[in-house]
Design a protein around this ligand. Sequence first.
Ligand SMILES: Cc1cc2nc3c(=O)[nH]c(=O)nc-3n(C[C@H](O)[C@H](O)[C@H](O)COP(=O)(O)O)c2cc1C
Length: 217
Amino acid sequence: MTVASRENVRRFAVCYSGGSGIAYGIRLVEVLLDAGHEVHLCATGAGLRVLLHEAGMSVDPDRPDLASLFEPRLRSRLRVHALAAVEATPASGSAGIEAVVVVPCSMGTLARIAHGFSSNLVERAADVALKEGRTLVVVPRETPLSALHLKNMLVLARLGAVVLPAMPGFYHRPATVEDLVDFVVGKILDRLRVEHAIVRRWGASSPPASPWTEDEE
Ligand SMILES: Cc1cc2nc3c(=O)[nH]c(=O)nc-3n(C[C@H](O)[C@H](O)[C@H](O)COP(=O)(O)O)c2cc1C
């Protein structure tokens, strides 16, 4: 992956809420930092509970030490904010945050973003992205989906947000959980226009045999 030069450093906000799939959020931040970008990170209380259940990491909500999720060499461009810090950088439209990604996005946070609650830093960061016409990517995770969940996703899509469900494909022949995670993270990076090579693209060299190709021959 190409590392951004100083003038090409971009600022992103990544928010972890209480949906399952914290691995997607961790991997996204890792790749963005590794590419040399600045990442502002915030988690909801439920997001921290999921972190405990899915990654075995216990975090103080008032002083979330999320930096320890990442290798020391990656931490210099990471800024971690408490959920209550509504004065933090991602809360302001003038701070130059280019895009906000809520990953994983719980149905609760999704609903509150769709209806403009802005009651904590995660919801406010998303609200700012919408009002400024910047990229907002939400990565919802729930199954099955109720009509209310679908309605809230439609509200967000109509407001211009990218609704990118945590639905990995299998055509790249994943062999590990990491391959499945990278499939979804690759899709997010594409929407952020961040160059990456974490997933082999369909049609790239050595593609897996395609059932469609066989039919055509
Ligand atoms: C381990 C774990 C997994 C969860 N998975 C989901 C999920 O996939 N989707 C969802 O909407 N809520 C899920 N929840 C429930 C949410 O965390 C809960 O509704 C919470 O209130 C959401 O709060 P938040 O939106 O402030 O993060 C999960 C909770 C836990 C502890």
